[in-house]
Design a protein around this ligand. Structure first.
Ligand SMILES: *[C@@H]1O[C@H](CO)[C@@H](O)[C@H](O)[C@H]1NC(C)=O
Ligand SMILES: *[C@@H]1O[C@H](CO)[C@@H](O)[C@H](O)[C@H]1NC(C)=O
Ligand SMILES: *[C@@H]1O[C@H](CO)[C@@H](O)[C@H](O)[C@H]1NC(C)=O
Ligand SMILES: *[C@@H]1O[C@H](CO)[C@@H](O)[C@H](O)[C@H]1NC(C)=O
Ligand SMILES: *[C@@H]1O[C@H](CO)[C@@H](O)[C@H](O)[C@H]1NC(C)=O
Ligand SMILES: *[C@@H]1O[C@H](CO)[C@@H](O)[C@H](O)[C@H]1NC(C)=O
Ligand SMILES: [Zn+2]
Length: 628
């Protein structure tokens, strides 16, 4: 197994076989059980079961014969007798499915275009639930005497509701290192002591969550959103399903999310979704969609609109509030065959395309706000470099005009609270608000913009607390601020850009880097979030003024192979990198991420725990345990 450090240095830590590719994540044997071994459930949480039996036709695991069509599946509480699944859940035996799939065992096989072929038999049991807390054994028996056992835990949680409202803020990709750097930029210090601190710094409880996915130690945002919203870890690109080996992205085994359970338990409860990303993107999508492919954008917007009635899955009936960007997925096109603006309006949503309309939208109506195509412009571009907003042809009405009068995360979040409070002041509400471009700009290695987004998030949290206080809701609202994964980012000093730019060769330029006693001070200036002047010297040469950074450009191998675009780096150093050449930007990293909590149940969030625990703590606090 190879281990990649964030700096890109490859270190050989053991001589186990390469794990680059897997036959099927979560399924090390030829018999597969989903939910897999070690899955945890909220009492009463609905889920599907998918069983597969594999018969590899060729490759290193090849065996003779067809996959078993007569596999058996039993469930029992630990210490009790195994019961056939149909009796256990009182469900009908589904019909047997069969398919084949191929996979590459390693990079050599991929280079040689020799995939391994696998024959599969399968069954799926849909929409079952375990209400009684305890340990369960789910046993698949196949090929006569082979077994795969999944140990499941239904957590024993209090069903007493302690929070009326929950707000989950997600700083996408946000790490402690970024919060530290953002604090340095935005808060004045004297002789090493801060005069003010971030709002997050003032939360009473801080925890750490581990973001690893089910079958890889680095997660993507779909997989990690799934863990935070449903308590189940899955595979990269999957939203609220375990990934089976069939080709269909919609037949994978689903499990219920916090928004669905909340609505099922409290039909008059409100749900709000706010993001600075395009709304079909993984973090907002995770509150509605169930698919193994996060790229199924039309399915995502359809799931926001309708819930999943067509899949007979849940009574989820769409959020009260949906604010963000990504107009391209709402406008009629090849990929979005329906005009979603009209469909949302028909369902009683107000539709806003700019900040003025957002702010005057009625609070007693459900509200859709889509403010531009693609992702929302960053705080830095909206506030410091507004010229970058021109000639974008990104108006949400599809007219190719420039979007203007853009709201930010704070405007959207505060309006969402108004709507949720007006409509669901009695039964309470759940809201997710995402600062998406912390991640998007970290991918671009554009630290100025990314840290500006961290500060915008902090400013939004501050304004949210003030707003809840004014509404008399603060004491009844659990506020959680966390991230879904990290990026490799830290600060080791500062750069004298005047000296740097005055020299040409790498070794002289490096003299401009100051560390330890020469690392300098923050150049803090009271200009609000996004005032990002970590560098000494010639700040007029900042790449940031031209718009987001382009960290790599097409390389010698042509399309989809990249080389570092060091000329677009503020420091102008040549760092070729060690990622594969098809990586055009930075990638997610291994680090644990922080969790800040305040309000009812805040004490649950202290300590070091797993990403899925965030779901269980929020669900317990809302009294969702045993909600079948
Ligand atoms: C595998 O599946 C295919 C298609 O279902 C079938 O024709 C074939 O006989 C199966 N068995 C083997 C050993 O290839
Ligand atoms: C397995 O069989 C498939 C289909 O015949 C073939 O394309 C593939 O190259 C084979 N793979 C190996 C590893 O032999
Ligand atoms: C399972 O059965 C096969 C065929 O009868 C036999 O070869 C194999 O050793 C058995 N394996 C186990 C683990 O009992
Ligand atoms: C905002 O949207 C409203 C309603 O679509 C429109 O009438 C108004 O002109 C827009 N304002 C700006 C500044 O674009
Ligand atoms: C700062 O950078 C700008 C743009 O590259 C350049 O025109 C100017 O001469 C530089 N000033 C100093 C003091 O290096
Ligand atoms: C960086 O990559 C480019 C493109 O492959 C190559 O021309 C250059 O020599 C490399 N530089 C270093 C320092 O490795
Ligand atoms: Zn993310």
């Amino acid at each position: 197994m190879r281990f990649l450090q964030f700096s890109g240095v490859a270190v050989l830590v053991s001589c186990a076989a390469a794990q680059t590719f897997q036959r099927l994540g979560g399924c090390p044997d030829l018999g597969c059980v989903f939910p897999p071994d070690q899955a945890d459930f909220l009492p009463g949480q609905f889920f599907d079961i998918r069983l597969e039996v594999h018969s590899p036709v060729n490759g290193s695991e090849a065996r003779k014969g067809d996959p078993d069509p007569d596999f058996q599946f039993t469930i029992n509480k630990k210490g009790e007798h195994p019961v056939p699944v149909t009796d256990f859940f009182d469900v009908k035996e589904p019909s047997l499915e069969a398919w084949t799939f191929t996979w590459y065992e390693d990079l050599f096989a991929e280079d040689a275009h020799t995939p391994s072929l696998v024959n599969v038999t399968s069954k799926a049991y849909r929409r079952v639930a375990l209400s009684e807390p305890g340990e369960y054994e789910a046993t698949l028996t196949y090929y006569g005497n082979q077994t795969t056992v999944a140990n499941w835990l239904v957590r024993d949680l209090s069903s007493k509701r302690r929070a009326k409202n929950v707000i989950l803020f997600i700083g996408d990709g946000m790490t402690t290192n970024m919060i530290t750097a953002a604090r340095l930029l935005a808060h004045r210090s004297i002789n090493g002591k801060y005069m003010t601190t971030l709002q997050m710094d003032q939360f009473p409880v801080l925890g750490h969550q581990m973001t690893h996915s089910m079958d890889s130690f680095i997660t993507d945002s779909a997989n990690s959103a799934t863990a935070l919203y449903s308590g189940h870890k899955t595979t990269v690109n999957a939203l609220n399903v375990y990934v089976d080996s069939s080709a269909d992205p919609f037949d994978d085994p689903k499990f219920e999310t916090i928004s669905e359970i909340f609505r099922r338990r409290y039909p008059d409860g409100g749900v709000g979704i706010v993001s600075t990303a395009f709304l079909a993107d993984a973090t907002p999508a995770g509150l509605a969609a169930h698919t193994s492919d996060r790229g199924e954008y039309d399915h995502v917007i359809g799931a926001f609109l309708e819930g999943l009635h067509s899949h007979a899955w849940t009574d989820w009936n769409g959020p009260d509030v949906l604010f963000g960007a990504g107009a391209e997925n709402f406008l009629t096109s090849k990929d979005a065959p329906r005009d979603y603006y009209d469909l949302f309006a028909e369902k009683g949503y107000s539709v806003s395309w700019n900040k003025t309309a957002l702010q005057s939208a009625p609070n007693d109506q459900r509200a859709l706000g889509v403010f531009q195509t693609s992702n929302l412009a960053t705080w830095l571009d909206r506030h410091v470099y507004p010229d970058n907003l021109r000639n974008q042809h990104n108006h949400p009405d599809g007219s190719e005009r420039d979007a203007d009068d853009l709201p930010g995360l704070k405007d959207m979040t505060l309006k969402a609270i108004d709507v949720l409070h007006e409509r669901h002041g009695e039964q309470g509400w759940f809201m997710m608000s995402e600062a998406a471009s912390i991640d998007k700009q970290m991918h671009a290695l554009d630290y100025d913009r990314s840290l500006g987004e961290v500060l915008e998030l902090d400013d939004t949290v501050r304004a949210t607390i003030a707003k809840l206080e004014a509404l008399g809701e603060l004491d009844d609202t659990l506020i959680v601020v966390t991230a879904d994964h990290g990026h490799g980012f830290d600060v080791t000093g500062s750069v004298d850009t005047a000296y740097l730019n005055a020299h040409d060769d790498d070794r002289s330029k490096r003299r401009a880097v100051g560390y330890y006693e020469n690392s300098g001070l923050s150049q803090y200036a009271a200009r609000g979030p996004g005032r990002c002047g970590t560098r000494r010297g010639n700040t007029s040469r900042r790449a940031g003024t031209r718009g987001p950074r382009e960290p790599a450009v097409p390389g010698p191998e042509g399309e989809s192979s990249y080389v570092a675009n060091y000329k677009d780096a503020v420091t102008g150093f040549l760092i070729n990198g060690t990622l594969p050449v098809d990586a055009a930007e930075g990638v997610h990293s291994l680090t644990d991420v922080p969790v800040f909590a305040r309000g009812p149940c805040q004490e649950l969030f202290g300590g070091v725990y797993n990403s899925v625990d965030v779901f269980f703590y929020m669900a317990e606090c809302l009294g969702l345990a045993g909600a079948e």
